[in-house]
Design a protein around this ligand. Sequence first.
Ligand code: AP5
Ligand code: MG
Length: 218
Amino acid sequence: MFLILIGPPGVGKGTLGAALEAKYGALPISSGAIFRAEIEAQTDLGRMAKRYIDHGELVPNGVTIEMMNKRLRDPSIRKSGFVLDGFPRTVRQAEALDEMLFDLSFGLDKAISLEAPADLIVGRLAGRIGCTRCGEIYHSVTKPPKRDGICDRCNSPLFIREDDKPESIRERIRVFWETTAPVIDYYSKTGSLLKVDASHDPASTFHQVVAGLHLESK
Ligand code: AP5
Ligand code: MG
């Protein structure tokens, strides 16, 4: 399974990626999560990316494409497949990904566009909490952890993302509509686009994807 998830911040890309991994074993690869790990490790790439991410802007294409090109060459991915979360985010990145997939002989199954109204996704981001270690995603109201501030899965501390401040959220949504929305047209033209209504609960999103991809749902 080789899938791309496209959608505005907070629409549920990470949540869907985790569900697809749990059910079908496809490896979720989030460009945002790779950048956050680089920031945490205080690498040169992390320091550079942080300047953009904290303000809700995109990290430049060159370094992003190079980072993802390296990541996709991990031999285990040929077997597991992938769910790309947050890459490509510009038409230039989509073109570069086409070249990588051609090089690796990976056939893309679908690019899934997750859609939900802006007020809903702002509410989702306002309550999001994530695990520092395993990446599990919670929400203070709709999916709270059993113990405050502790991950149910791995007992590690939970955190609120730096870019989940109201001003960064506004900028991330603006950038999505200006720069990333054309990527949806890019995949629509190649006939590989699946549009999904992500405005209901995570199970509804998951079931639409399973139906749209004609996957076994057992
Ligand atoms: P990234 O980490 O990709 O952030 P994002 O695109 O803004 O998306 P989010 O992770 O905020 O949301 P999500 O859609 O994953 O939602 P989630 O499942 O967590 O990127 C961060 C930054 O890195 C970018 O701004 C940019 O600077 C940089 N970057 C990354 N990739 C780049 C690239 N390719 N090029 C350049 N720069 C790049 O869900 C959100 C909340 O809602 C959770 O609390 C969850 O529990 C809840 N929820 C999820 N689904 C539902 C549902 N159906 N119903 C109710 N609640 C739900
Ligand atoms: Mg995410």
